[in-house]
Design a protein around this ligand. Structure first.
Ligand SMILES: *[C@@H]1O[C@H](CO)[C@@H](O)[C@H](O)[C@H]1NC(C)=O
Ligand SMILES: *[C@@H]1O[C@H](CO)[C@@H](O)[C@H](O)[C@H]1NC(C)=O
Length: 571
């Protein structure tokens, strides 16, 4: 039964729906049934939370993080495989022990700071070798998100191993030579030139150095004291060598200890020398990340796609995102995924033309700072606050909530006679949640979406829906508590200054923390307070992760020094 107060907005809402329908004179892919009034009353109920197994927000945030170093350092276990190109003219680097062009697949650094770590020479005086490798045509690549080059057994390599081995093989986490060989063999018939992964910086695994690239050897000055490789008795401190290139590095202990000896991983100071690869990686931390790799989102495959990969739904259930991985995926799903990737590597469906990366970014821009501000205000509340202090805090929050919801506050929305009803905000909730996507969903554009785009569309929809549900709910409670007296004055309230809003604040706080934990946007992952210029905000990662405890720990950022200090007085 409809509440009396609900009748008031039935007519205006109907009008809005009709006007909207009239404004879309296209052949509709799906009839507008989702907008019918009966369903609206149920569908846009702010008390209905998303399902626990929903992954739309994870699709949203992983797509939002592609080719960015920071979010993929925290969430090392990639869940997306995306085709892309390296445009002609792009210069890549390969450090090695001689000037020869490799005859096998090899790894290229996107930045010379990273490849220089592998620049080696035969003798003390002969310098070391770095190949400059320039794309002379678009190189067709496949990108694995996460830290897919971090040689760790607990998930970072899962997605590529499904292509390299046809299964997840944690024990092969250090079989890099075998992995690159298998990947290139798999990609050969699909004309794939290479694969893109991330560790301290991004890298391209190039399959064939005689195809699509110009290779030029450069003889560089080697590190002091006779080339790379720290002597076991070598001096500590700035200038020490931190990567023993001359040791065989195909075993975890050799490779990791080579990194670790050099970097005093227990200290909060980074050495002056040898840290450049880490620093160049940090240039690609935030949106848009490293744009030298251009991804095609119309052809992405996501392991968070629950209809493509249903077997992982149960595997993930109840697990924190940091523990999500592909172990436990069914053989059937592996086959589906591999076929899908192979199919998408050959089709040339241009898709809808929607700029998904920009759309997703826009949503993050529009809400991230304000949500953070609301969280900040609410986190400063405490039980000893006076009634007056609580009122000021609550009013500050309400200002932020209004700003977020302003474009969706239809003039027809009026508080109800029944103060316990929340149905009156449904039209606002719906407009907020669908504003960016209703045209894409309801017009003929929908029929041009690739399956990958449909997945992203659902991700955008689920994400905005939950933001709007929570924010609308917070705003509603603020209104009903009398924070906008010109709009609504609760009859129970006499002198407003006497009303303690402590309960409202604590309920708000729980909900805003819940929303932000659910969204888990990397733009909120930062050092607090902000680091000084002589420092860098750092997330522990392979191979510099000794201070983060076990492999499965959730890395958290902290400020570390960029340079050695002297005299115990800062630097
Ligand atoms: C680093 O700290 C850990 C734990 O405090 C300790 O076990 C380890 O020996 C330290 N390593 C070095 C190289 O000092
Ligand atoms: C909330 O406040 C506590 C105590 O001051 C602080 O430790 C925490 O980092 C704050 N959280 C956020 C998200 O600001």
């Amino acid at each position: 039964m409809l509440l009396p107060s609900l009748k008031k907005f039935l007519v205006p809402l109907l009008a809005v729906t009709l006007v909207k329908a009239a404004q879309i004179p296209f052949v509709l892919n799906k009839p507008l049934t989702i907008s019918t009034l009966e369903e609206d009353c149920d569908k846009w109920d702010i008390n209905v939370a998303p399902s626990e197994i929903d992954t739309g927000h994870l699709v949203f945030e992983t797509v939002n993080s592609f080719m960015q170093h920071w979010p993929n350092t925290r969430y090392r276990n990639g869940h997306n495989v995306v085709p892309g190109v390296v445009p002609p003219g792009t210069v890549l680097y390969h450090g090695r022990g001689d000037m020869n062009t490799p005859t096998n697949p090899e790894w290229l650094a996107t930045d010379p700071e990273h490849s220089y770590m592998f620049c080696r020479g035969q003798t003390a005086d002969s310098g070391c070798w770095q190949l400059t490798v320039t794309a002379i045509r678009p190189l067709k690549i496949i990108y694995f998100d996460g830290s897919a080059a971090a040689k760790m057994p607990d998930g970072s390599m899962d997605s590529q191993d499904i292509l390299a081995y046809g299964k997840v093989v944690p024990e092969k986490y250090f079989s890099e030579r075998e992995r690159i060989k298998n990947l290139c063999e798999w990609g050969k018939d699909l004309n794939i030139d290479g694969f893109v992964r991330m560790e301290m910086d991004f890298e391209v695994m190039l399959c064939n150095f005689n195809e699509g690239v110009l290779v030029e050897p450069v003889n560089l000055r080697a590190r002091p004291r006779g080339g790379p490789g720290r002597r076991p008795d070598g001096p500590r401190g700035p200038g020490r060598h931190w990567h023993n290139y001359l040791a065989p590095v195909e075993t975890p202990s050799n490779y990791e200890s080579a990194y670790a000896v050099s970097l005093d991983v227990n200290s909060s100071t980074l050495p002056n020398s040898g840290f450049d690869g880490f620093q160049s990686g940090s240039w690609h931390r935030y949106y848009p990340g490293d744009t030298r790799i251009q991804l095609d989102l119309t052809r992405l495959v996501s392991f968070y796609d629950t209809s493509l990969v249903p077997s992982l739904v149960a595997e993930r259930y109840g697990k924190e995102r940091i523990k999500h991985r592909l172990l436990g995926i069914s053989l059937e799903d592996i086959q589906t995924v591999v076929w899908k990737i192979e199919e998408l590597s050959t089709v040339s469906d241009p898709g809808s033309g929607v700029d998904w990366a920009t759309l997703i970014r826009l949503i993050v821009k529009r809400f991230s700072e304000r949500l953070e501000m609301v969280q900040f205000i609410l986190n400063s509340t405490n039980p000893d606050n006076s009634v007056t202090e609580n009122r000021v805090l609550a009013e500050n929050v309400q200002v932020q909530l209004i700003a977020m919801l302003q474009p969706y506050m239809l003039s027809t929305i009026k508080p109800p006679l029944d103060p316990t009803s929340s149905q009156w905000v449904s039209p606002m909730y719906k407009l907020c949640a669908t504003t960016y996507t209703s045209y894409i969903t309801e017009s003929s554009l929908n029929s041009r979406l690739t399956s990958s785009e449909k997945l992203i569309l659902v991700g955008v929809g689920k994400t905005t829906r939950e933001i709007c549900r929570i924010v609308t709910g917070l705003w509603l409670d603020g209104v009903m508590a009398g924070l906008e007296p010109d709009f609504y004055k609760p009859s129970t309230i006499g002198d407003e200054d006497d009303v303690d809003l402590g309960l409202l604040l604590s309920s708000w706080k729980t909900r805003i923390f819940g929303l932000m934990k659910w969204l888990d946007w990397s733009v909120w992952l930062k050092c607090r307070p902000t680091c000084g210029l002589e420092e860098i905000c750092s997330l522990p990662t392979w191979p510099f992760r000794r201070d983060s405890g076990g492999d499965s720990d959730d890395p958290q950022p902290k400020c570390v020094r960029r340079m050695a200090s002297f005299g115990g007085q800062g630097f």
